[in-house]
Write a new protein. Sequence first.
Length: 68
Amino acid sequence: MTCASCLAKTREAVLTPGRKSGGARWFQPMPLIHALLGLIVVWALFYLVAQTLTGIPDKFHDGTIWDK
């Protein structure tokens, strides 16, 4: 929990250009890294699902597995 005055001070420190950490940078690499990591995770999930589906025997797909 943060009081309103402390939150306002923190907000001003973040929004003020030319702060002690070197000012506002024009290039932020973390969003790009997160996007690439997300794409890798999604690709890996699709790849694993595709590998699982290709591992199902052909008899399952032609409908004969349900015949008794």
